[in-house]
Write a protein that binds this ligand. Structure first.
Ligand SMILES: NC(=O)c1ccc[n+]([C@@H]2O[C@H](COP(=O)([O-])OP(=O)(O)OC[C@H]3O[C@@H](n4cnc5c(N)ncnc54)[C@H](O)[C@@H]3O)[C@@H](O)[C@H]2O)c1
Ligand SMILES: N[C@H](CO)Cc1c[nH]c[nH+]1
Ligand SMILES: [Zn+2]
Length: 396
């Protein structure tokens, strides 16, 4: 279907399943493994004998992986590691007016990674979540992924590569609940990261009151901004590529070129996916439209992409010029775990920072008198007399 105009909403929203998912989460909290086995049979059609994948199963599955896939995983891993290492914050400190202060960037202890596995396999998502965690220094990684009874060789190979502690053969909301609250087989973690369908998103939203989450990454979104320099065949391929994630993918082309819009419309007219085609007066208007959508992926297929990039305010990840958005999904380096549902208006994609806590410190052995007096004055203004006294006593 072709819609001429901007999308007014996302194709699907997880609030439609909140009530149902709330019941799933509660049942897992109460019944633990028993609920996991029940839901996996109900939603995945698999009767689990055990929830945890054994080390032997992981090793046996990883050994089935062909050398070319292992090589591809190794190449992609190095690029992703380079990206997150290059942005990892240094341990720095400073000081002013007699106070020494700084931040100790501290890695999280236990992280749960959800790797989607309903309609498609996403071993790349395990790389995108596990590598920044390792770069941050996280020592305990736990993975939940629907395996339909057996563990995928690529996921097994990556799990061994990242020294993942445990893999659970569970998916959906029940997997998120298990990671959040723990069960007899599943470790309770401090933070859950990873994308998923509406049930996974709703569960992350619900458990986020008790455990950290990276965000609520749902169905994939791509907005392409194109001018007359763009190649309509490349645009067509980029849109259909992300359309492979399913019919809840948001696909938008905003163009200043009637030719590009006409050619792409002809190419997509036979597809059963939904495409939004939008005419923009000029590049500024096109980028303004893109910012209003705040897409997960933004592709700037224009003659001056670096100039256009300066106007971008809301997007998860941006590809410039003829760079295909799908390369972000695998080997460009930046993460493909990106905000959807317009969350790009207030957050970006997953990075090493999602696995680090900035613990700040201060040591004031001999702070300037002005700082002491200011603190005492404000404490008294707020009525905290003992706050004020505790400060004054130190520096008499
Ligand atoms: N934003 C990102 O960074 C990003 C990255 C990769 C994938 N994704 C998205 O993740 C999604 C993956 O979805 P998926 O469904 O293939 O896999 P999934 O693993 O997210 O969900 C599958 C699980 O959902 C549960 N489930 C299925 N039907 C259910 C029902 N009716 N009621 C309750 N639970 C049910 C099952 O337990 C199943 O294991 C896609 O939309 C894809 O676009 C997003
Ligand atoms: N485009 C998806 C969301 O960024 C990521 C992905 C994984 N595998 C294929 N594509
Ligand atoms: Zn993709």
């Amino acid at each position: 279907m072709i819609i001429k105009g901007l999308p007014k909403s996302r194709p699907i929203s997880f609030d439609q399943v909140l009530d149902k998912v709330s019941e799933i989460v509660e049942k897992v909290k109460k019944e633990g493994d028993k609920a996991l086995i029940e839901f996996t049979e109900k939603f995945d059609g698999v009767k689990l004998d055990n929830i945890k994948v054994t080390r032997e199963e992981i090793h046996a599955s990883a050994s089935l992986l062909s050398e070319d896939i292992k090589k591809a995983i190794d190449v992609v891993s190095e690029q992703i590691k380079e990206f997150h290492t290059s942005i990892k914050p240094p341990q720095i400190g400073g000081g002013k007016s007699g106070v020494d202060f700084g931040i100790i960037w501290t890695p999280l202890e236990r992280v749960g990674i959800y790797v989607p596995g309903g309609k498609k396999l996403y071993p790349s998502t395990l790389l995108m979540a596990g590598i920044p965690a390792i770069v941050a220094g996280v020592e305990e990684l736990y993975v939940a992924t629907p395996t339909k009874g057996k563990i995928d060789p690529a996921i097994a190979y990556i799990a061994e590569k990242l020294n993942v502690k445990e893999i659970y053969k569970i998916g959906g909301a029940q997997a998120i609940a298990a990671l959040a609250y723990g069960t007899e087989s599943v470790k309770k973690v401090d933070k859950i990261v990873g994308p998923g369908n509406v049930y996974v998103q709703a569960a992350k939203y619900i458990v986020s009151k008790d455990v950290g989450i990276d965000g609520i990454e749902g169905p994939t979104e791509l907005v392409i901004v194109a001018d007359d320099s763009a190649d309509s065949e490349q645009i067509y391929l980029d849109l259909l590529a992300q359309g492979e994630h399913g019919n809840s993918t948001l696909l938008v082309l905003i163009s200043t070129s009637d030719r590009v819009l006409r050619e792409v419309e002809e190419k997509v007219s036979s597809s059963d996916l939904t495409f939004y085609l939008v005419k923009a007066r000029d590049l500024e208007e096109a980028i303004t439209y893109a910012n209003s959508i705040a897409p997960e992926h933004l592709s700037l297929q224009v003659s001056s992409p670096r100039e256009a990039l300066k106007m971008v305010r809301n997007a998860g990840a941006v590809t410039l010029g003829r760079t295909p958005p799908a390369i972000i999904d695998y080997s460009a380096g930046p993460d493909h775990i990106l905000p959807t549902n317009s969350w790009a208006k207030f957050k970006g994609g997953l990075t090493v920072y999602d696995f680090l806590k900035p613990i700040s410190f201060a040591q004031a052995n001999n702070p300037d008198r002005e700082l002491i007096n200011a603190a005492i004055t404000l404490a008294r203004y707020e009525g905290f007399e003992i706050h004020s006294k505790s400060i004054g006593e130190r520096y008499v």
